[in-house]
Design a binder for this molecule. Structure first.
Ligand SMILES: C[S@@+](CC[C@H](N)C(=O)[O-])C[C@H]1O[C@@H](n2cnc3c(N)ncnc32)[C@H](O)[C@@H]1O
Length: 280
């Protein structure tokens, strides 16, 4: 069971679809689009996991993470879904903790990793309230989160980032993906607010949250700028880098005396940016 907060509805809806006797390939056909935006009657879990593996490789390179010795690291993935990237992480890391707000996804994630990764290296963590991690301080070396923090209410996202830093050992690395403003948000953001308000209406709302168009409009619950995030967490971090699309200018100012390195990079979505930093 997941949370009943409006911005969690698309996930619990997809989680309910995953929580049955469907084969893994059928689950990817039914719900896979919520993770990698691909639809089609021919989709398979294997291809789905391959997209995750390619993206893991790509982000290790683009985000300059090659120097992290993953083979001796415990990695926490926040928003693992059904394990699209998790399998790849278990093949590279000593230990992986897959965390998600939906428990049915975590069960499917275990099945995915059992087929395509190293199940002996995996444990799962249910993020019941969507904003706190039931882990002790200093338990992981790396935290990775992709296309997940954009789906949280702004304060939940900030709380999760603080939690990510709390559970990471000193000298460990956080690698966190965010969505920020683009021009089309002038229309998308108010529509998203309206759709999420409708999701709360009894009966109608639950039905509405089942439709793909409504999910896609309502599920991005925040746009966070680098300066906002960095200001909230900078004192706990060092070597702060903000990677963003080379196609756009994004304001990244130093936070007090803590320097922030801007890294305009090709092949990053113009609406995305990444915070990569070491925990002090
Ligand atoms: C777009 S999917 C991305 C999944 C995965 N990172 C990938 O790329 O395939 C977002 C995932 O984040 C999870 N999620 C959303 N809000 C969350 C929260 N507050 N805490 C943990 N997981 C969350 C959803 O259940 C979903 O599995």
């Amino acid at each position: 069971m997941g949370s009943r907060r409006a911005h969690h509805l698309p996930w619990s809806r997809a989680g309910n679809l995953a929580d049955n006797d469907l084969s893994a390939d059928e689950v990817v056909r039914e719900t896979g689009w919520v993770f990698n935006n691909e639809t089609g009657a021919d989709l398979t879990l294997e291809e789905f996991v391959n997209t995750g593996d390619r993206e893991v490789k790509r982000y290790i390179r683009l985000l300059e993470l090659e120097n992290i010795s993953l083979e001796s690291s415990t990695l926490l993935e926040i928003g693992s879904g059904i394990g699209r990237m998790t399998s790849s992480f278990t093949n590279r890391c000593r230990k992986v903790i897959a965390a998600d707000v939906d428990s049915a996804f975590l069960e499917r994630c275990r099945q995915t990793v059992a087929r395509y990764g190293r199940i002996d290296r995996l444990s799962t963590l249910h993020v019941i309230d969507g904003r706190s991690l039931a882990l002790s301080d200093n338990t992981v070396d790396v935290v990775f989160s992709y296309i997940t923090l954009q789906h949280c209410q702004p304060q939940d996202a900030i709380d999760l980032i603080k939690e990510a830093i709390r559970v990471t050992s000193s000298g460990g690395t956080v690698v966190l993906n965010f969505r920020t403003w683009v021009l089309k948000d002038v229309a998308l953001v108010p529509l998203g607010i309206a759709v999420r308000a409708l999701w709360k209406v009894p009966v109608v709302g639950t039905r509405l949250a089942h439709w793909r168009w409504s999910t896609r409009l309502g599920w991005q619950a925040n746009r966070l700028k680098p300066d906002t995030v960095v200001a909230a967490v900078a004192p706990a971090l060092r070597e702060i880098k903000v990677f963003h699309s080379a196609k756009r200018k994004l304001q990244v100012s130093a936070c007090g005396i803590i320097p922030v390195q801007a890294r305009p990079t090709n092949r990053i979505n113009p609406s995305h940016w990444w915070l990569v930093a070491q925990v002090s």
